[in-house]
Design a protein around this ligand. Structure first.
Ligand code: SF4
Length: 685
């Protein structure tokens, strides 16, 4: 500890890593953050994980922060004034708009940044640029949850709060394609505690994750077989008379069509597709269906497939079939990985949705926003982020404004992402650091981290929480929303600069689910989860209690389809990607923390001993891994965490970046890419 308690000031804020939304105090000594003190927030009750405790402040003061705008001249970046940089952006955007139309410009917003910043980014793209080409990184993670649960239930978010689904009276937890102890550790520790106290766990995951060792049943399914698994569970539940027929009759529609499809998914057939034991599937189905309280929790192991949305809807079918939605200790719960990915979606950083999932296609909604924003708005859905490379190649998109995303590190098939960036006429990147993506930019703008500005994040359980300015750094960085104001003004859409609290007032006015949310209420200590209808409403902890948001719950008739790329003779292994405990996404924050780098400095690949032996690979050997899209080198970890024929790599590292290998094949509903299954071959380096 490099401070004494009387030397520091404290500022209560929200962790910028995962979407558990833990609260803590940033401790500031002589204008510098020197540590964090855990707070008793509604989702963390004084707990923090290693990322929140140690990885959430050193990057703020990192020596390589961008401190002034940069303009690329003759291939090199040169410092520029804000006037020069913003004028160049406005001139280029105006020229492209005039020559190609507004839809030739697209923007990626930042799921790490605040609701207020995200709201202003989409307003800039829609009202000032004139396009719905705006998206955020939910596209490459939980877009199937947004699309799938909106289709079946009417609302694409966790149905129940963290504490409700880990309460002592929860009998069974069904966790599918999620590794909470590493990806959402404070939530993971609550699951661990519940299991210790007698809750039975069903783990459905191709890897033997930590929680699998404590599970009553671990269904180690093959990657990409979630729909078959869920259909198999439902087949057994129906056959054995465990369905809640009254709930199905009163609260749902579409059951008969699904029932027809399910006839085909016998336990034996599903066991073969998924590579599991039919009796284990029966055991899991009985445990889940017979439990009084049993939540489903899932993450990217369900969504990041070319059938991701169908995977989500199948889990929703399963929960409805046993009447477990709209009740305490139950529900279907997509656990979000980024601090404000829920908020970025809520704020309308989606190509078909204004804030609050109000559709751009709906003329009444468009009229409301047009009148409020004082301009006409496009009714055409924009391109999703994963469709942008194709749109650039076809000459439909010429310019891109990337706010706080690093697709050259994080998107699938990096070679095609680089090609896309090189083909653009104009690229703006607004960032904290000179990222791999920023290297391709024409203009780089220095933004601010969560510790330097006011605002809110919305965590995975729909809880809106404050972030607060704790430090002011030297340099020419500016609050991100202020930059958007300047761009809007220069594009001929005059806007007064509002404070974050005033922006939230505008959000609340236009967004029914945020109507009752304000900084004043949050600062007064209230804890609010949307939907929050008015200033007296405390928000809804549990969704769909008497009625689904869409009216009746909908059973979507999903059939199993294999992954887009399966192993073959040339590429005989299936690569799965995922998170690990010590790092967060592209590592911009955690990899500027020495201690975390010491704990895990570089990429690795887990493989089964049988496969390692057959290839003459020993634990710790360097290996070359290739897919149809590229080749990388990494270190082999030989163990039994994955099955023979499958391998796993974390996606946090630049050395041996697995996204050179991953497949950009996308899901047809939500356009999420298939990060979780691609075919690779392996040899010793
Ligand atoms: Fe931050 Fe998530 Fe860890 Fe909490 S669990 S401290 S929100 S990374």
């Amino acid at each position: 500890k490099n401070y004494r308690s009387f030397e520091v000031t404290s500022t209560r804020t929200t962790c910028p890593h995962c979407a558990v939304g833990c609260q803590y105090d940033l401790l500031v000594k002589n204008g510098k953050i020197v540590g964090v003190d855990p707070a008793k927030g509604p989702s963390n009750q004084g707990m923090l994980c290693v990322k929140g405790r140690y990885g959430s402040y050193k990057f703020v003061h990192a020596g390589d922060r961008l401190t002034s705008p940069l303009i690329k001249k003759d291939g090199n970046f040169e410092p520029a004034s804000w006037e020069e940089a913003l004028s160049l952006i406005a001139d280029k955007f105006k020229q492209i708009k005039k020559e190609e139309g507004p839809d030739a410009i697209a923007g990626f917003s930042c799921s790490r940044s605040s609701n207020e910043d995200n709201y202003m980014f989409q307003k800039m793209m829609r009202a000032a640029v004139g396009t719905n080409n705006v998206d955020n990184c939910a596209r490459v993670c939980h877009s199937p949850s947004v699309a799938g649960l909106a289709t079946t239930l009417g609302s694409g978010a966790m149905t129940n709060p963290f504490d409700d689904i880990t309460a002592p009276d929860v009998d069974v937890m069904l966790i599918v394609g999620t590794n909470p102890e590493e990806a959402y550790p404070v939530f993971g520790s609550k699951i661990r505690r519940a299991v210790r106290e007698g809750c039975k766990l069903i783990v459905v995951d191709p890897r033997s994750i930590g929680l699998a060792k404590s599970a009553a049943v671990h269904l180690q399914i093959k990657p990409g077989t979630n729909v078959a698994f869920a259909n198999g569970m439902m087949h057994i539940i129906l056959e054995d008379g465990l369905a809640d027929m009254e709930y199905i009759k009163e609260r749902t529609e579409g059951f008969e069509e699904l029932k027809e499809i399910l006839k085909d998914y016998t336990p034996e057939k599903v066991a073969k597709i998924c590579g599991i034991d039919a009796d284990d599937l029966r055991k899991a189905a009985h445990l889940y269906a017979k439990a009084k309280k049993a939540p489903i929790m899932y993450s990217l192991g369900v969504t990041e497939h070319s059938t991701g949305t169908e995977g989500v809807m199948s889990l929703s079918n399963l929960a409805m079939m046993v009447g477990k939605i709209g009740r305490s200790g139950c529900g279907i719960n997509p656990i979000r990985g980024q601090n404000n990915v829920q908020g970025a979606c809520d704020m309308g950083c989606l190509p078909g949705d204004f804030p609050g999932y109000q559709k751009v296609k709906n003329p009444d909604v468009r009229k409301k926003f047009s009148e409020h924003w004082g301009t006409t708005l496009s009714s055409a859905d924009g391109f999703t982020a994963t469709r942008i490379p194709e749109a650039v190649a076809e000459g439909k998109v010429k310019a891109l404004y990337i706010f706080g995303e690093d697709p050259v590190r994080t998107d699938p098939d990096i070679t095609h992402i680089k090609k896309m960036l090189k083909s653009l006429d104009f690229l703006v990147v607004q960032e904290l650091f000179m990222t791999k993506t920023a290297e391709y930019a024409d203009v780089v703008l220095p933004g601010m981290s969560y510790a330097e500005k006011e605002g809110t994040f919305t965590n995975s359980e729909r809880r809106v929480q404050r972030i607060r300015k704790a430090v002011e750094l030297e340099g020419d960085m500016r609050p991100d929303a202020e930059i958007f104001y300047d761009v809007m003004n220069r594009l001929g859409y005059p806007q007064p600069t509002l404070s974050a609290s005033e922006i939230m007032q505008e959000i609340a006015e236009l967004t029914p689910s945020y109507h009752g949310i304000s900084h004043a209420r949050l600062d007064a200590g209230e804890t609010l989860q949307w939907p929050c209808k008015d200033e007296k409403d405390k928000g809804a902890a549990i969704l769909h209690v008497d009625k689904f948001t869409r009216g009746l719950g909908y059973f979507y008739p999903a059939k199993y389809q294999p992954s887009a790329e399966l192993p073959d003779e040339e590429y005989p292994f299936t690569m799965i990607t995922g998170r690990m405990l010590y790092h967060y996404n592209a590592g911009a924050m955690t990899q500027r923390t020495e201690g975390l780098n010491e704990l895990c400095p570089s990429s690795y690949m887990e493989m089964h001993k049988v496969d390692a032996d057959s290839l003459g690979i020993k634990n710790g050997d360097r290996v070359k891994v290739a897919s149809r899209r590229g080749e990388i080198e990494t270190t082999a970890i030989v163990a039994d965490k994955v099955k023979s024929g499958e391998v796993f790599m974390p996606f946090h590292f630049e050395d041996g970046n697995v996204n050179y290998l991953t497949n950009a094949a996308i899901d047809s509903f939500a356009n999420v890419p298939e990060y979780k299954a691609c075919a690779v071959r392996i040899k010793r380096a």
